[in-house]
Design a protein around this ligand. Structure first.
Ligand code: RFL
Ligand code: PHB
Length: 389
């Protein structure tokens, strides 16, 4: 088999890149280790920046999002027993779209199927070869046979645990990492959200986040120790803990109901540099991870896709490699800004076991400054809605 671009990974970054390339007439094949149903069963991000929304429209995968997505012009920071609203729209003129990653992925898959794009699910042992040459190829196992796809470029869209980054010689990579001493325990339940906007709460018992997927589906998170066991958390225990961490008006009005997803995500910051190795490009979580506090992971994957797509389009349409040559630097510049923002939101909103009395006072002063200074609120809002591409 031969194609222009082999895309390893059928998550949001791989699928978005695939749709943009297909619409630009650039052939591509997507390979994923797991099944379509498995991918659609993962519950992850919920907040899309306008840039991500624009790319989904460009990819022809925005019809349902435009119908069902919830534009949010603000969110709350809750501390000291009350809400402090950050007016995204008033401070920046922009808003975000609340629409689940699961839905984004389903819409992109549907678009790909409708356009006849090829995706090979349950592809075992996917391996990129010869990407230090202009004739790379990828092999994979399926139905007892090893297959080979020759291509011009390989896009490593296979997430943090994927094969792409692991295939790069270790001496060619520089990595940066911070692991946080807690995780997020999250649930999904068909109950109306406690508030019409997101609430990020800092409480002496730990962080809590009230998010949503629709007007009838809520996504709630609480900070927990990393070694906590999901089985130890009944729905009642979860809701009791969540209520304790919210201002009284929300705790009292919260509607509870059985969860149908419950999981613990560890929090880390990670960046691998550079993001290009010859004809192999790392995209999204394959190159970087941010803690979810800033809602940036999926949005960074989308901005990487934008830079890579522009580079590939120029390569094929204009016979120029300037965009591909600039890919790693352009993507990393935006990545580091989002890594910084996600780190600062994480530091400001969580309780750290080793913060000490001084650290705690500094955190309180930071929150107080943030919500009383228009300049500080604007800086937060500008980062939250997404820095320009
Ligand atoms: P993905 O989604 O991990 O997809 C990678 C795909 O590659 C496949 N794969 C392989 N395929 C072939 N061969 C191999 N060897 C392979 N190894 C892996 C996998 O099966 C998978 O299908 O990466 P991608 O596309 O880069 O997308 C990144 C996003 O998923 C991620 O950044 C976000 O979910 C992060 N995130 C959030 N981001 C936001 O922008 N806003 C949010 O509100 C937000 N909330 C979150 C989040 C992540 C969370 N968790 C669970 C970590 C909330 C949570 C709780
Ligand atoms: C979510 O809805 O899953 C979500 C929202 C905002 C975040 C993180 C996760 O910062």
């Amino acid at each position: 088999m031969r194609t222009h671009v082999v895309i390893i990974g059928s998550g949001p970054s791989g699928l978005l890149l695939g749709q943009l390339l297909t619409r630009a007439g650039i052939d591509n094949i997507v390979l994923d280790r797991v099944s379509k149903d498995y991918i659609l069963g993962r519950v992850r991000a919920g907040v899309l920046e306008e840039g991500t929304v624009g790319l989904l429209r460009e990819a022809g995968a925005a019809e349902r999002m435009d119908r069902e997505g919830l534009p949010h012009g603000g969110f709350s920071l809750a501390f000291d027993g009350r809400d402090h609203r950050i007016d995204l729209l008033g401070l920046t003129g922009h808003q975000v779209m609340v629409y689940g990653q699961t839905e984004v992925t389903a819409d992109l898959m549907e678009g790909r199927e409708a356009g006849g794009g090829q995706t090979i699910y349950e592809a075992g042992n996917v391996t990129p070869y010869d990407f230090d040459t202009a004739s790379p190829y990828v092999t994979y196992d399926k139905d007892g046979t090893t297959h080979r796809i020759d291509c011009d470029f390989i896009a490593g869209c296979d997430g943090y645990h994927g094969v792409s980054r692991r295939s790069v010689p270790q001496q060619a990579l520089t990595t940066f990492e911070r692991v946080y001493p807690f995780g997020w325990l999250g649930i999904l339940a068909d109950v109306p959200p406690v508030s019409h906007e997101l609430i990020y709460a800092n409480h002496p018992r730990g962080f809590a986040l009230c998010s949503m997927r629709s007007q009838t589906r809520s996504r709630y998170y609480i900070q927990c120790p990393v070694d906590e066991k999901v089985e130890d958390w009944s729905d009642d225990r979860f809701y009791d803990e969540l209520r304790r961490r919210l201002p009284a008006e929300h705790a009292e009005s919260m509607v509870t109901g059985p969860s149908f997803e419950k999981s613990i995500a560890p929090l880390r910051s990670f960046v691998a540099e550079p993001m290009r190795f010859g004809s192999l490009f790392l995209v999204g979580d394959a190159a970087h991870i941010v803690p979810p506090t800033g809602a940036k992971g999926l949005n960074l994957a989308a901005s990487d896709v934008h830079y890579l797509f522009e580079g590939l389009r120029e390569h094929y349409a204009e016979k120029s490699d300037a965009g591909l040559d600039a890919y790693s630097d352009r993507a990393l510049k935006r990545v580091w800004r989002a890594v910084r923002f996600s780190w600062s939101m994480t530091m400001m909103m969580h309780r750290f076991p080793d913060a000490g009395a001084f650290g705690q006072k500094i955190q309180e002063a930071e929150l107080d400054y943030l919500v009383t200074s228009r300049a500080a609120s604007t800086a937060l809002a500008e980062n939250y809605i997404g820095l320009p591409y």
